[in-house]
Design a protein around this ligand. Structure first.
Ligand SMILES: C[S@@+](CC[C@H](N)C(=O)[O-])C[C@H]1O[C@@H](n2cnc3c(N)ncnc32)[C@H](O)[C@@H]1O
Length: 270
């Protein structure tokens, strides 16, 4: 870290807890102290209310988001970034007749965990309809263009709820990381759009507070894939409407979130 980025009291202008608070004070203004308190409080988790072999718990907003991806008979559905597997489970139990799910995860260790979650929770008949793959999803649109009807894209993101409750992660936090994650998220969203057939839909999800990783990524997709995608309406029981999606934040959603969701339909091909 450069000497100029360290203030007199030892706090850094660019890294760590002080920089984190200042950054989100700028984004959320007077709301930040209330939102901050809600982020530290226990999350609102629910068991997936489905015919699983054993219960699986995840944030209620994540469950509702996965349920918001429309599915039709015969669909080829891909969960681009699937580990540890909560949203793949939520999709698997909703698979209509003849639809199949590919649960993809690039990291080998996280993929092993994904295998365990699917094997431990899905009844055999559903497990047989889910294939696990280990590709770099940013390449999918080049290798298999126009090959899927539905994509759930839950990108790696800042995960501020996790960061704020973990001193090691908080010490390492920097606004620059938000920027690099947003670049990675855009590469994944562009690949998802290229992978869809016309009429197909992608559900873009983050658990980030930062608009840079949320609306800004979707806005960039509308600009870089102009004329190819349109925004579709989403109905979630909670959350605040943003320019392109819905943001569920724990201070106003009874502990649920953070979760940002946007639904895009591919309306034309290049
Ligand atoms: C937010 S997590 C997904 C959580 C998961 N959807 C769930 O509900 O359990 C993002 C995942 O994407 C994986 N990932 C990151 N970059 C990827 C890429 N280029 N291709 C495939 N997976 C990737 C990460 O290893 C991480 O496991």
């Amino acid at each position: 870290m450069s000497r100029s980025s360290r203030r007199k009291n030892g706090a850094s202008d660019t890294h760590g807890p002080h920089a984190f608070d200042r950054h989100y004070e700028q984004v959320y203004g007077d709301r930040w102290p209330v939102l901050r308190t809600a982020l530290i409080a226990p999350p609102h988790q629910v068991a997936l209310p489905y015919p699983l072999k054993t219960p699986y718990y995840l944030d209620d907003a994540s469950r509702a988001a996965a349920d918001a991806l429309p599915l039709s008979p015969g669909d080829r559905v891909i969960d681009f970034c699937a580990a540890p597997g909560g949203k793949s489970l939520a999709l698997a139990v909703r698979l209509p007749e003849d639809a199949t799910l590919i649960s993809n995860e690039r990291s080998a260790t996280r993929r092993a965990r994904l295998h365990r979650v699917l094997d431990d929770h899905l009844p055999e008949t559903l497990r047989a309809r889910v294939t696990v793959t280990g590709h770099d999803a940013t390449r999918w649109g080049v290798v298999h263009p126009a090959s899927a009807q539905r994509i759930l894209l839950d990108v790696p993101c800042s995960s501020e709820r996790h960061v704020i409750t973990d001193s090691t992660h908080l010490a390492r936090w920097s606004a620059a990381r938000t920027r690099s994650l947003s670049i990675q998220a855009f590469a994944l969203l562009a690949a998802a759009i290229d992978t869809l057939v016309e009429g197909g839909t992608v559900l873009y999800i983050t658990c980030a507070l930062s608009p840079r990783e949320n609306d800004d990524v979707v806005a960039r997709a509308f600009s870089r894939r102009a004329g190819l995608v349109e925004q579709r309406r989403l109905d979630l029981p909670w959350g605040e409407e943003t320019r392109h999606g819905i943001h569920v934040l724990p201070d106003r959603a009874n502990g649920r979130g953070p979760l940002y969701v946007a639904l895009l339909e591919k309306v034309a091909s290049r």
